[in-house]
Design a protein around this ligand. Structure first.
Ligand code: HEM
Ligand code: SF4
Length: 578
């Protein structure tokens, strides 16, 4: 199918008053900018402002160590700049050899930790400017890249990770990969700048003009980031409704029939801007497997043409849908596709949780889902998880898959090899598959925030484990230690740790203070609602102690904490139910 090039008459396409980022993109010669010069400049650890925007399309963010900011300021030193790199790995799939390379990059150039993100990608932190190119080249040695890891393009495509959960998992996973490839930017900037591909190659203008260089995106790319995820019911472990496009695999008699298509999800909001809000994707129909690439491309291009390029706080696809209306959108999509989506099929989700422990698939191979605290893989005195995963990778007995809950799935293990894997884990302090942890810890997610994220207003990943340790005796007292209660924390309202979907969501306001949100559900189909503003740890503990007591004494059979919060009118249920 040939797609339409960006139409300049359509409102969203760059017009006077567009943001600086739009101008940076326009003048970047398809994402090249002055990146080569910036990275060669020996006088500073940072890069130019335009390049800080362009580098995102190559998968990296410029950051500075926030723990050191004040001290360096006092000494009149520039901030301690470094880069975070986020890789592209659809569905979070990695071979054992690739894991070994990831471990090597984190030790050689990063801060010796590996972060599993809440969108099934690996992030490295603490890479200094002069090592970024070497890190990308090392990734490339293992056939890995960070193209479109960040930036105003389609990002890492998510997919239910566990092959033991569904007979068609591999088939569905292949679509995550195909969609990711299909929507990749065409610019060779990444290959030229980081991998020294022959300059000029691929840049000849071809018949059809300049847009042939970037046929899907054009030179302004998208107004904002774009995200796609796939889930296979009844498991919503990839939190499918948070995406700009959520695809729900419809399986009958172990055969993939196609996908329900949901559009317009996105979780970020900005404090003080009433016109920003989280939104869950709305199901608009069904497509067959051989239609899904075109459906994704055309949906994305409607956003390319109509998305807001004047205000980046309002430029996600969810606002485009709400501004123009769902009916308009469906009609526009039908016109562009040349066919109408079918009627959405029945799909029932039961949980967003990871299925910890050993599971066997239909081929008799085993999968082990292991808990990783907020996705940070490192060696600590008690738990040498990083070494354990490296040693397991060196045995080459399994592949690796990252989950959207920031955990690790080892998969494809033969029965005879299970003991070897368990032994390595035990030797390094990981006795567990997560089941010995409290239900709350098993179901917790935190974003990165301090010390690397420039947008964090409060701690998240470095603090949530401590808060849970303080909550555990309270849970124990109320007989709730095993209860699966979904708690999520982010350092700001951007939503990277999906806290607006949690039964207990904590969003940073300032150091040590959080807004508390209640009422998310277990299956990822309901946003939560603000319950208390700007509270500190003592208030969080006291409030939850009282709420847990009331929950236990009044709850209905199998009632979740999130459902209790709504039944007992602590908060109103959000209207945006899927
Ligand atoms: C205005 C909106 C947003 C901005 C400006 C933003 C910015 C950032 C930044 C700067 C980081 C890097 C933090 C670090 O590694 O030090 C980050 C991480 C991340 N963001 Fe966002 N983000 C936004 C919204 C979202 C949303 C809605 C999601 C998905 C639900 C998301 C998913 C992620 C993920 C998966 C990471 C990786 C780290 C992690 O798992 O915590 N982001 N984001
Ligand atoms: S939620 Fe905010 S603090 Fe956390 S990683 Fe995202 S942008 Fe940073």
């Amino acid at each position: 199918m040939t797609y339409a090039t960006p139409n300049k008459k359509i409102p969203g396409v760059v017009a006077p008053g567009s943001t600086d980022v739009e101008n940076f993109k326009e003048n970047s010669d398809y994402l090249r900018g002055s990146l080569v010069e910036s990275f060669a400049n020996p006088l500073t650890g940072s890069i130019t402002e335009a390049d800080t925007q362009l580098i995102k399309f190559h998968g990296a963010y410029q950051q500075d160590d926030r723990d050191q900011r004040l001290r360096r300021q006092e000494k009149k030193l520039e901030p301690a700049y470094s880069f975070m790199i986020r890789m592209r790995m659809p569905g979070g799939e990695l071979t054992a050899a690739q894991w070994q390379k990831i471990d090597e990059i984190s030790n050689t150039y990063g801060n010796e930790t590996i972060k599993l993100s809440s969108r099934q990608a690996v992030q490295f932190h603490g890479i200094i400017k002069f090592d970024l190119k070497k890190s990308i080249q090392m990734m490339n040695d293992a056939l890995l890249d960070s193209i479109a890891g960040c930036g105003d393009v389609n990002r890492n495509v998510m997919c239910t990770p566990d092959p033991s959960l569904s007979a068609v998992n591999e088939e569905v996973y292949a679509y995550a990969k195909k969609i990711s490839e299909h929507l990749m930017p065409s610019s060779r900037a990444y290959h030229e700048i980081w991998l020294d591909e022959g300059k000029g190659e691929g840049r000849q203008l071809v018949e059809g003009g300049e847009h042939e260089l970037e046929p899907l995106y054009g030179k302004h790319y998208l107004p904002r980031k774009f995200k796609i995820g796939i889930a296979i019911p009844p498991y919503n472990d990839s939190d499918v409704f948070i995406n700009d496009i959520g695809l729900i695999a419809i399986v009958k008699d172990d055969k993939l029939q196609g996908f329900n298509v949901a559009v317009g999800g996105g979780l970020g909001m900005t404090f003080g801007r009433e016109d920003t809000y989280p939104r869950l994707a709305t199901v608009i129909g069904f497509c067959k497997p051989d239609q899904v690439l075109d459906v994704c491309a055309e949906v994305m291009m409607i956003q390319r043409d109509y998305g807001n390029r004047q205000d980046r706080k309002l430029s996600r696809f969810k606002y485009t849908i709400d501004q123009y209306g769902l009916n308009w959108f469906k009609q526009e999509l039908t016109e562009r596709l040349g066919f109408k989506l079918g009627k959405a099929r029945k799909a029932v989700f039961t949980t967003t949780a990871d299925q910890y422990g050993w599971h066997k698939d239909m081929n008799g191979l085993w999968h082990l889902l292991l808990h990783v605290e907020h996705g940070r893989i490192q060696d600590t005195p008690l738990l040498k998880q990083k070494t354990a995963f490296l040693k397991i990778a060196e045995t080459n007995l399994c592949n690796f898959r990252l989950t959207a809950n920031q955990n690790m799935l080892l998969h494809g293990i033969k029965t005879a090899d299970k003991v070897k894997i368990e032994k390595i884990l035990a030797q390094h302090g990981q006795h567990a598959d997560g089941r010995e942890l409290s239900g709350m810890r098993r179901n917790s997610i935190a974003c990165v925030s301090m010390n690397t994220c420039p947008l964090g207003m409060a701690e998240a990943e470095r603090y949530l484990p401590t808060l849970i340790t303080k909550l555990e005796p309270i849970l124990e007292k109320h007989g709730l230690r095993e209860q699966e209660i979904k708690i999520r924390m982010t350092g700001c309202p951007n939503g990277c740790g999906r806290s607006v979907m949690a039964e207990i969501g904590l969003i940073g306001k300032s150091m040590g203070r959080y807004n508390m949100y209640l009422g998310g559900d277990a299956q990822g189909e309901r946003l939560n609602t603000l319950y208390k503003e700007n509270i500190d740890e003592a208030a969080i503990l006291e409030l939850l102690d009282n709420l847990f007591a009331d929950y236990v004494s009044t709850r209905g059979k199998n009632e979740s904490f999130g459902d209790y919060a709504i039944r007992s009118k602590l908060v109103a249920a959000t209207e945006n139910r899927v």
